[in-house]
Ligand binder design. Structure first.
Ligand SMILES: [Zn+2]
Length: 399
C-alpha cells in the first residue's frame, strides 16, 4: 500500500520539527527523505554544501531593570552588553546618529520587513546602505521591531552580519520606542560555527531523452515545524516518487529535495546549479511545490518562462483540479533557479493564511490531507502530458 502524503508531513513537521540548515533536524530530514526515495526503488544522490551552523540558548533583555521578551535573530553573534537605548525610525535618523555604545531600537521605516542578507543576490540598495552604516558604527546591539502584532519572525537573518541583533514584537517595540536614553542590558547566548547541509536528488530513468525536474525544499526557518512551508511540498514529492516509480515513461524524472530555500543567497552559488547547470537545456519542465496544503487557504499554480502551449497545458491541469486557482508568477523559491535560466517552470503554492508561514504555529493541525492529494494528482497529470515531449516544446522561442 502507498504511504499517505500526510504521513510524510507528520514525520517531517511533528517527529522532526524545525529543519533549519546546519541543525540536527535538517540532517534527520535529509536522511528520512533519502531513505524514502530508496524504499521506493529510486537511485539517490546527495549534494552536500557548507552552511552556517547556529544555535542559541537564551536571549534576555532588560530595560531599567525590567525584563522584556526578545528573540535572537538567526545567525546573530553572541553578546552581553549594557548601554542606553537609541530608538531610530528612519534612514535619516540612522545616518545622523552616533551609534557607538548604544543599543538601537529599529522601527518604522527601518523595520517594515526583513533586511536582506549581504550575500543575497537580490539585496536591495537601501538594505545594503543600512547594513554598511550599522557595521561601520558597531552599536552594542540592534533590536528590530516586528511590524506585525504578536509576531516574532526574525527581521535579520544574515550569517555575514557582524552586529549582535534580536527581534522584539510590535508591542514590546512600542514600549522601547518611548524609552530613548534609558539604560538597557542585552544578553544573547548563541554559537556560530561551520556546518553542512545537502540537497537530496533521486532519479527515475526514461527511455527517451531529457528530463522533468520535480522539487520542494525541506529546510525551514528557525522556530517553526514548517508543516505547510514546506513539509507538504516534500510530502507531495515523495508521494509522486512512490506512485511514479512503477509507471513506464519516456522522459526521465528527477526529484530534488532542496535544502537552502529559506536562507538562499545566489543561484550561481547553489551546488545543484554548479553540478547540473550545463544540462538545463535538457529539462523540459521544472515543477516546484512550496507552501500549499493549508486547510483554510487556497492552492494556487503559476507558470514561468513558458510557451503558449505549455501555459495551456498548465491551465488544463488546473481545471481538472478542484479548488486550485491561477496566480501571477512570483519570483522566488526554488523555481527561480530554473525559470531564470529559461526552463519552463511551474510553481504550486497557497494563497491566504499568510501570517502563518515561518512561525511556530505552522504545524500539522493546519494541513489538509485532501489538498495534498489534489496536488499529487495535478502534478502526476502534468507529468503524463509532458512525457515524451521535446525539451524545446515548452520553451519561449528565442529571438
Ligand atoms: Zn517555502
Amino acid at each position: 500500500m502507498e504511504t499517505k502524503p500526510i504521513e510524510h508531513v507528520r514525520v517531517l513537521s511533528s517527529d522532526i520539527g524545525c529543519r533549519m540548515i546546519g541543525t540536527p533536524g535538517n540532517q534527520a530530514a535529509a536522511a528520512y527523505i533519502a531513505g524514502e526515495f530508496q524504499r521506493f526503488g529510486l537511485a539517490v544522490e546527495t549534494l552536500p554544501f557548507p552552511c552556517p551552523a547556529w544555535s542559541s540558548e537564551k536571549t534576555s533583555l532588560s530595560v531599567n531593570g525590567q525584563a522584556l521578551p526578545a528573540y535572537a535573530n538567526t545567525f546573530s553573534p553572541a553578546c552581553d552588553a549594557a548601554g542606553p537605548l537609541l530608538p531610530l525610525g528612519s534612514m535619516a535618523e540612522l545616518e545622523a546618529a552616533d551609534l557607538a555604545g548604544k543599543i538601537l531600537v529599529l522601527y518604522g521605516e527601518l523595520a517594515l520587513g526583513p533586511l536582506s542578507a549581504k550575500g543575497f543576490f537580490f539585496a536591495g540598495e537601501q538594505d545594503l546602505k543600512r547594513i554598511a552604516r550599522l557595521e561601520a558604527q558597531q552599536p552594542l546591539a540592534v533590536l528590530v521591531t516586528n511590524p506585525m502584532p504578536g509576531m516574532r519572525w526574525r527581521l535579520i537573518e544574515d550569517p555575514d552580519f557582524g552586529v549582535p541583533s534580536a527581534t522584539v514584537t510590535l508591542e514590546v517595540g512600542r514600549e522601547l520606542v518611548k524609552c530613548g536614553g534609558t539604560a538597557a542590558h542585552i544578553r544573547i547566548a548563541a554559537h556560530r560555527a561551520e556546518g553542512s547541509s545537502a540537497h537530496v536528488v533521486a532519479r527515475l530513468p526514461g527511455t527517451g531523452s531529457g528530463r522533468i525536474v520535480l522539487c520542494a525544499h525541506y529546510d525551514t526557518k528557525l522556530d517553526t515545524p514548517g508543516a505547510v512551508d514546506n513539509a507538504c511540498g516534500v510530502a507531495a514529492l515523495l508521494a509522486l516518487a512512490e506512485r511514479l516509480a512503477r509507471v513506464p515513461r519516456q522522459t526521465a524524472l528527477e526529484f530534488v529535495a532542496f535544502s537552502n530555500e529559506e536562507y538562499y543567497t545566489s543561484p550561481e552559488r547553489d551546488v545543484y546549479f554548479q553540478a547540473n547547470g550545463e544540462t538545463f537545456r535538457e529539462i523540459s519542465a521544472a515543477i516546484n511545490m512550496d507552501g500549499f496544503g493549508n486547510l483554510v487557504s487556497v492552492t494556487n499554480i503559476a507558470a514561468f518562462a513558458a510557451s503558449e502551449q505549455f501555459e495551456a497545458l498548465v491551465e488544463a491541469a488546473r481545471l481538472c483540479s478542484p479548488g486550485v486557482i491561477r496566480t501571477d508568477p512570483w519570483p522566488s523559491s526554488d523555481h527561480y533557479l530554473f525559470f531564470s535560466h529559461g526552463v519552463p517552470s511551474v510553481a504550486i503554492s497557497g494563497t491566504g493564511a499568510v501570517s502563518l508561514g515561518h512561525t511556530p504555529e505552522d504545524s500539522l493541525e493546519w494541513v489538509s490531507a485532501k489538498k495534498l492529494e489534489t496536488v499529487v494528482s495535478l502534478v502526476a497529470g502534468l507529468i503524463a502530458e509532458l512525457d515524451g515531449k521535446d525539451p524545446g516544446w515548452g520553451r519561449v522561442q528565442e529571438g
